[in-house]
Every structure is written in C-alpha cells, then in structure tokens.
Design a protein around this ligand. Structure first.
Ligand code: RIB
Ligand code: CA
Length: 328
C-alpha cells in the first residue's frame, strides 16, 4: 500500500483552480489535508464557497476548507473576476453546497498542519499572500515542509496581466517576493512558460462529454459549464481557441515531476514600477546568489492531458492516449 503524500492546496477558485482540486481529489497518491483560500481570482470567502462546490461534486466534503487573506500584504487587492466571472466559476451558477462549512484561519491551519506532520507539501496555485503570512508568523514550522510548488510567474513567456507579469505574482508581488527570499528552500515555479502549453481545446471538451456517457459523474458537463466564460475570455484576450488551464499542471507536476523539465536559478519578484510582479529569473547567475527556485521551461503536454483525463474520468492512460493521438 503506497504511502499517501500529505498536501495542502492554497488557491483562489477560480476555474483552473477547480480543475486542479478535481485532479488532486482523484489522485490516490495524495492526502489532501485541507484547502486554504486566498484573495486572488475572487475574494477568499467566495473562493471558499467555490471550493465547497467542487468538494461536494467530488463527494469529498470531508476535506476542510479554511478562508485566508482578504488582501495582499501591502497592495490594493485587484481580483481576476473579469477572467473567471463574478462568481469565480465562469458565471456557471453552480448551486451552493448546502453542506460543508468554511472555517476561518487559513494561515493558522497551514502552520498547525506543517507542525503536526513530518512531511507536508504545499501546492500554491493563487497569490502567495497566505504562505508569506505563515512564513512571517512562524518560519520554524516550515522545517517540516516537503515541497512548495507555486503556479506563478514566468521566465521568458509574456505576462497575462501586464507585458511581463503573471497574475498570481502581480496580485501580491510583495507576498511572492517575501516567500522567494525567505523560504530557504527551492520553490518549484510552474510558470506561464509551461502552463501556456496546456490548453483545454473544444476537441478535448467534446471527448469529456463522450466520457460522461460511460461514467457515473457528469464531470465533462461540469467542466463545460465552468469553462465557457473562460473560452470566450481566451479568444478575446489572447486569440486562443480553448482555455489555458494553468493550475492542474501544478498538481500533475507534483504527482509526476518527469512531465516537466527546467533549471535551478535565483529568482526575485519585482515589487514596484512598470514591471511590478515580474519574476526575474537569474538564469546566467549574474547576481551570484544561491538558487531559490526550480524554474520549469518544458512540459509533456500529451502526458499531462493523459494523466488529467485518466484521473478525472477513471480511464486508463493508454486508452486516453489513443484518443489524444487523434485530437492533440
Ligand atoms: O496566472 C494564472 C494564475 O492566476 C492561475 O492560478 C489562475 O487561477 C490565477 O490564480
Ligand atoms: Ca489560481
């Protein structure tokens, strides 16, 4: 019996956050100790409500949800509801989870969980405000941290909320830079260089609808509902047919690091001026600083999609790969 890996998912659900939660919940290797929400795509209370909707859909309301930071460390909070809809789930109008409760104290939950286990990993797929606050409050607790994976930043890819900045690090640049400068461990940076390559296309969505007919849970239908708004945003904003699903790649990479490759480097996040929120990756080691990040630059997109679909729809990866061979 394989030992499950304990994780916390710190998130801002959010459409792609929801897909990441679904992948984590469908992966037996993981023990999701709790979900913490942070101001990002939507305010943390709405994010927590959306997390409950996904937990209810997955039959996992046993997973606790903790609400976190209402605003970035220093900056004004700016949501991404233009991208994810006012409800954070693509204006899909999914019903509230009648059961399940939202607890306060995300930062305390993160610290308590770190201190109560030998090895806990954190998959941070929103702004890093909660992680920064936890680190400021009790750095010693992070000696129990196994791995920190952060969906955020970009190395050479253009930004998605400024020419150079990715939303999670732009929303709270001070929080992001504090974590990079103070964690004392290499952060696995799943940035836009790799996540932009992971696109949910109309063909894959159609495959999901067909898979619904063979399964018991209408996962494809839920994904179609919450991504319609996101498809329209991607066409308007980036001329992309489909939608980039950033966050589930952070989960897939944690499950299978071999899906991606990259390099170690010192990284800092710009906290002011025209390039606010830019992750500056010192690839050539100009600053002679110890690497504090493992920056991902390559991704096996078919391998990711095969893992993602096989887990969400309970299919063999071999069977999924056969169909992906037609549509990717
Ligand atoms: O820039 C993409 C990231 O910002 C994703 O995590 C998305 O959910 C938003 O949080
Ligand atoms: Ca997110």
């Amino acid at each position: 019996m394989m030992e499950k890996r304990s994780i916390i998912i710190d998130c801002d659900p959010g459409i792609d956050d929801s897909l990441a939660l679904m992948l984590a919940l469908a992966s037996p290797e993981l023990s999701l100790e709790g979900i913490t929400t942070v101001c990002g795509n939507v305010p943390p209370d709405l994010g927590a409500e959306n997390a409950l909707k996904i937990l209810k859909f997955m039959g996992r309301l046993d997973v606790p949800v903790y609400q976190g930071a209402e605003r970035p460390l220093w900056r004004e909070y700016i949501s991404a509801q233009d991208t994810h809809g006012m409800d954070g789930l693509g204006e899909s109008g999914l019903p509230k989870a009648a059961e399940g409760q939202v607890r306060p104290g995300a930062v305390e939950f993160i610290l308590d969980t770190l201190k109560s286990r030998d090895k806990v990993s954190i998959l941070a797929i929103g702004p890093l405000t909660n992680i920064a606050l936890a680190l400021q409050k009790d750095k010693e607790a992070f000696s129990h941290l196994d791995t920190l994976v952060s969906m955020g930043g970009s190395f050479k890819s253009h930004g998605n909320c400024s020419p150079v900045a990715e939303y999670n690090y732009w929303c709270d640049p001070d929080g992001a830079d504090y974590v990079y400068q103070n964690l004392g461990r290499k952060i696995h940076m799943v940035g836009l260089d790799v996540t932009r390559r992971v696109v949910l296309t109309p063909n894959i969505l159609e495959y999901m609808q067909q898979l619904d007919r063979e399964g018991s849970r209408r996962t494809g239908d839920l994904i179609r509902k919450i991504t319609r708004f996101y498809f329209d945003f991607h066409w308007r904003q980036e001329g992309v047919i489909g939608c980039v699903i950033n966050d589930p790649l952070a989960v897939a990479y944690f499950l299978r690091p071999e899906l991606c490759s990259g390099f170690d480097a010192y990284t800092a996040v710009e906290t002011e001026g025209i390039s606010l929120g830019q992750s500056v990756v010192d690839e050539m080691n100009f600053w002679r600083r110890e690497p504090n990040s493992h920056v991902l630059t390559q991704v096996d997109t078919v391998g990711f999609m095969a893992l993602f679909l096989s887990r969400l729809f309970d299919k063999s990866e071999e069977e999924v790969r056969r169909i992906l061979g037609q549509i990717m």
